[in-house]
Design a protein around this ligand. Structure first.
Ligand code: ADP
Ligand code: ZN
Length: 635
């Protein structure tokens, strides 16, 4: 028998959470769970995974247990539920033993619909005893990829989840959720959590409200570009990711000096300071966060308007997860990636350095490194591609893109494609002839035909490819030029090497003796159809420095001319949140404020029509916000 009907689920969605309908994938997952079936939902960050267990948790009788890795955020998650009129609780080490007993006792009395627990808790005999006596409606496993060693955030404590579920006297349906799409991780989740014939649902990875752009910048120019974006609207929330603590400090200092209310987060700060800074970010007291990748998992702050990467991350998985923290509310948001050559060598260095997990044999460790190299090359490919960035992302995650998006940094014409096929062929011939023994610098020297450089030292003056891209060679920097006087610049040759590596035609290793070798696709580069283009910025102000545009992406109901009202309501939200000691986005999301601006509700019925407003929020805030709208219109 079903745990609850879909009609009940839809009523919960509308009355509690204030939403008209399920997003793609949500409905199917909720329906399956309510029918008693295990599910595995794979959805990108921001797609709305939480509702997939929250709605069944409320609709079904009994207690829904939610396993979540982030102890420091459970309080916020539960607060957001209480705000929506949902009976939620959490159990973790931030509570005293007395409080924990009270929560468990109340849970047994049926006081809660949902309870968040940390995975460590599942091994605690007291908790196991409690769980065997509670009437569990479902067990939800959030961030389920943490169970897999192949994922990015492996947590050994997640390995206890499967045993825990198996030990329950009556096994409820299990709802596992993750944003990690790789098959290996998915298999691990199914196996290690012991899912039974689960409905596996992978939703599209597209996030239409995100605008992607990539720019190659000298390290010293990055700061100015980041500050310019942040200053466009200093009250707007954004995240700046840096690859090292040192960079976090540098960028943070520069932003604060420029007058941006920024805070910071990295593993070198004390626990107290990390928590205080995270709080300041969530509460919009310091709307801009500068952080290493240690920050962000489980942060569900929905009004992050931009995510800037100050360095290139090591994989598309990492990039999309981090960038995807922008615009969870569906409002237009930006994902800017700034990179420089140094970022690539840094990533390569880390891959080669890493001895990895001690439990791996040398062969396994090498296999892991090989996987990581491939992942890195795909990331480098994203930096170099002249194609639509959104299409590149979708293809990477295994989806066929519908066509160029027309709205990303590559589509909107800030760049031109320069043909470098001839240079690429010369590089391939050279690497082949040098049999992969040398690095990029030597390849460039040999091709440029410099007689005084490394080529002479290494005895390569007689190489067949010597001087192929040197002065007077037919392959000029201006395509079609019959002969040219100057050699192809070494920087250009190095860039072509990177491009070829990104495409799998070459492999570049980093380490004590970095070398360039032929890659798995090297033969294709010799075929007649082969061509290669490089991206070059056109000389015009970059789009991100121009005034904001709300014209991109698919955002329902947003219209121009509401900016004043939006700011008015945003200020009211901040006041209320401060007074109540809650994060502003928990009061209302940006998307809800936008919809309010578009609808300008004047009655309770109209206020309920606003997306994200349920009965509980109408009662709490309806009057204040409708008064604010009236005031604004009377001005
Ligand atoms: P995820 O966990 O997948 O990253 P969340 O569960 O945090 O995403 O949801 C992201 C945002 O989308 C939240 O602000 C949430 O309220 C909103 N959301 C989720 N489902 C819906 C829906 N059906 N309609 C409108 N908004 C939704
Ligand atoms: Zn595009």
């Amino acid at each position: 028998m079903a745990l609850a009907t879909m009609d009940e689920a839809r009523r919960v969605l509308a009355e509690r959470f204030g939403y008209d309908g399920f997003r793609p994938g949500q409905g199917e997952l909720v329906e399956a769970v309510l029918a008693g079936r295990d599910v595995l939902g794979v959805m990108p960050t921001g797609a709305g995974k939480s509702l997939c267990y929250q709605v069944p948790g409320v609709a079904a009788e009994g207690l829904a247990l939610v396993v979540s890795p982030l102890v420091s955020l459970m309080g916020d998650q539960v607060r957001a539920l209480l705000e929506a009129g949902v009976r939620g609780a959490y159990l973790n080490s931030t509570l005293t033993p007395g409080q924990q007993s009270t929560v468990m006792r109340r849970a047994l009395e049926g006081a809660y619909d949902l309870m968040y627990v940390a995975p460590e808790r599942l091994a605690d005999p007291r908790f196991v005893d409690f769980a065997s006596r509670a009437r569990l409606s479902i067990v939800a496993v959030d961030e389920a990829h943490c169970v897999s060693q192949w994922g990015q955030d492996f947590r050994p404590s997640y390995l206890a989840v499967g045993d825990f579920i198996a030990s329950l006297p009556e096994r409820p349906p299990v709802c596992a959720l993750t944003a990690t799409a790789t098959g290996r991780v998915r298999d691990d989740i199914e196996r290690l959590l012991g899912l039974r014939d689960p409905l596996v649902l992978v939703t599209g990875f597209d996030r239409p409200n995100l605008r992607f752009s990539v720019e190659r910048l000298e390290p010293k120019r990055k700061l100015a570009r980041i500050a310019a974006r942040a200053l466009r609207d200093p009250a707007e929330s954004g995240i700046v990711y840096c690859s090292t603590r040192k960079d976090v400090e540098k960028v943070h200092e520069a932003l604060v000096a420029a007058g941006v209310p920024a805070t910071r987060y990295h593993a070198g700060l004390s626990k107290d300071e990390r928590e205080a800074n995270q709080r300041a970010f969530i509460d919009d007291d310091a709307p801009v966060m500068v952080a290493t990748n240690a920050f962000g998992m489980g942060i569900d702050k929905s009004n992050v308007r931009y995510v800037i990467h100050h360095n290139m991350p090591g994989s598309m998985e990492a990039y999309y997860q981090e960038a995807g923290r922008a615009g969870r509310d569906g409002e237009p948001s930006e994902c800017l990636l700034f990179w420089s050559d140094g970022d690539i060598s840094t990533c390569r260095f880390f891959i080669e350095q890493e001895s990895g997990n001690e439990e791996l044999s040398p062969e396994e460790a090498e296999a892991v490194r090989a996987t990581r190299r491939r992942m890195l090359e795909a990331m480098v490919g994203y930096c170099y591609t002249t194609d639509c960035l959104r299409s590149y992302i979708l293809r990477y995650f295994g989806e066929e893109p519908p066509g160029a998006c027309g709205a990303c940094g590559n589509c909107d014409g800030g760049f031109e494609a320069v043909d470098v096929t001839a240079e690429a062929r010369a590089v391939m011939r050279c690497v082949h002839e040098l049999r992969g023994r040398f690095g990029k610098g030597v390849v460039a020297d040999v091709l440029r035909g410099g007689e005084g450089g490394r080529a002479a030292e290494l005895g390569l003056l007689s190489a067949r490819c010597f001087g192929d891209l040197g002065p007077g060679s037919p392959e000029g920097p201006e395509p079609g030029a019959p002969r040219r006087r100057d050699a192809v610049p070494a920087a250009r040759i190095r860039e072509v090497v990177e491009l070829l590596a990104a495409g799998g035609y070459l492999v570049v290793t980093e380490g004590t003796y970095p070398t360039v070798q032929l890659g798995p696709r090297f033969r294709e580069a010799a075929e007649p159809g082969f061509s290669l283009a490089m991206k070059r910025a056109l000389r015009k102000p970059a789009r991100a420095e121009r005034p904001p545009s709300r014209a991109f992406g698919a955002s329902g109901g947003a219209s121009f001319g509401d900016e004043g009202l939006f700011e008015h309501l945003r200020a009211l939200r901040k006041d209320i949140a401060t007074r109540l000691g809650k994060p502003p986005y928990v009061v209302f999301s940006d998307a809800t404020l936008r919809d309010m601006c578009a609808r300008r509700p004047a009655t309770d019925e109209e206020f309920l029509e606003v997306s994200g407003v349920g009965l509980s929020k109408l009662k709490r805030y309806g009057e204040d916000f409708m008064a604010a709208i009236r005031d604004y219109e009377a001005r």
